[in-house]
Ligand binder design. Structure first.
Ligand code: PHB
Length: 402
């Protein structure tokens, strides 16, 4: 079976789905192919902090309604160490910018519903996906669905298929450069059916390890603790997780509310960048090209920034025939990616207990925490990165209103 479209999008995570929505807004055609089922992608629990720029783009493509109704706007975070809490007033420090707490899972549901409403193709359970003829302007995606082999011819392939996807691997090894760092720890996360014990997120540094109190709504909490990288979830009864959360988040006069655990899983932590993000007619976006440790809450936001820039480039390309935006795509994304890499590494090293660290390293870490909590300049730098730097060149707004 053979078919043609303008943009073949591999992967229906937030990057692929949002790109499809951006293109549709500008009258461009795309087909989205996803390896998993709709039920699977709508159930997997992921991050939940949206930068202002991410919120703006979601509103502009018309999927912001439920987010605006159910999301929680936060104007600061707490850093907690030595049993005391320090508030970083991010909005005050960034000229009024804030973040929105709204789960990636909910964004995926909103984007899938939007896509189905537009009637544009979104295919689930597509297997054996391969991409080919990347050096031409007539690339092709081959896949099989329901026992039938398909060929999708197109002008551009968007590789939004995540870290384990096939697209990055289609770039020749002598072209692709990879930078990587593994951390000697992982995060164990729980979703708990209990209202948050805090009004804003708490990032805690503790000698037994990092802990984070986040949330999904006023009724559901999301909490994390640092564990060993090869730790087994079977070692962690719900009560053992709560005990560690109590110990690591402890602060005079503050109490942590416990509730039934709805989900529990361990995520490894790594930093990863693949360059360039373009090879011929293949453009990588999101986790297919880069991974950050979750401490800076940047993974989803980077994916949104990538596809916003890719969308701009594609609208220009199909509209006026100019490939200027596409030519710039990789460099422009990578500048933002490396800033987020640094920020995520900075937050991770400042807040985790590294078993390989010596006393000197621990003193440096403490000095950095003290500095961020006592210097307005240091706090402003953290805040500016956390709420997200604006997109350079044309703004996301220009794309949405085009
Ligand atoms: C989350 O709510 O899942 C979350 C929040 C902040 C982070 C990472 C994850 O830095």
């Amino acid at each position: 079976m053979s078919e043609r479209t303008q943009v073949a999008i591999v992967g229906a995570g937030p990057a692929g789905l949002l790109l499809g929505a951006l293109l549709h807004r500008h009258g461009l055609e795309s087909v989205i192919l996803e390896a998993r089922s709709r039920e699977y992608i709508e159930a997997r629990i992921r991050a939940g902090v949206l930068e202002q720029g991410t919120v703006d783009v979601l509103r502009e493509v018309g999927v912001g309604e439920r987010m605006d109704r159910e999301g929680l706007v936060h104007s600061g975070i707490y850093l907690r160490f030595d049993g005391s809490s320090h508030h970083i007033p991010m909005s005050e420090l960034t000229g009024g910018r804030s973040v929105m707490i709204y789960g990636q899972t909910e964004i995926v549901k909103d984007l899938v519903a939007h896509r189905l409403q537009t009637g544009m193709p979104l295919r689930f359970e597509c297997h054996a996906v391969t991409v080919d003829r990347l050096s031409s302007d007539q690339p092709v995606v081959r896949y099989s669905q329901g026992g039938t082999d398909h060929e999708l011819e197109c002008n551009i392939i968007a590789g939004c298929d995540g870290f384990h996807g096939v697209c990055r691997g289609a770039i020749p090894a002598d072209v692709l450069h990879v930078w990587e760092r593994e951390y000697p720890f992982a995060w164990l996360g729980i979703l708990a059916d209990v209202g948050p014990s805090t009004d804003e997120l708490i990032y805690a540094q503790h000698e037994q390890g990092f802990a984070l109190h986040s949330m999904r709504s006023l009724k559901v909490s999301r909490l994390y603790i640092q564990v060993e990288p090869d730790d087994d979830i079977a070692n962690w009864s719900d009560q053992r997780v709560w005990d560690q959360l109590h110990a690591r988040l402890a602060s005079e006069g503050w109490e942590l509310n416990e509730g039934p655990v709805l989900e529990k899983s361990i995520t490894p932590m790594r930093s990863f960048v693949a360059e360039p993000m373009r090879y011929g007619s293949l453009f990588l976006a999101g986790d297919a090209a880069h991974i950050v440790p979750p401490t800076g809450a940047k993974g989803l936001n980077l994916a949104v920034a990538d596809v916003t820039m890719l969308g701009e480039g594609l609208v220009e390309y199909f509209g006026s025939g100019s490939d200027a935006g596409l030519q710039e795509y990789s460099d422009r994304c990578l500048r933002r990616v490396w800033r987020a890499q640094h920020f995520s590494w900075f937050m991770t090293t400042m807040l985790h207990t590294n078993p390989r660290d010596d006393d000197y390293g621990r003193r440096l870490q403490r000095s950095q925490l003290d500095y961020v909590c006592s210097s307005q300049a240091a706090a402003a730098s953290l805040a500016e990165n956390y709420v997200g730097l604006p997109l350079t060149r044309a703004s996301a707004t220009a794309l949405g209103n085009g």
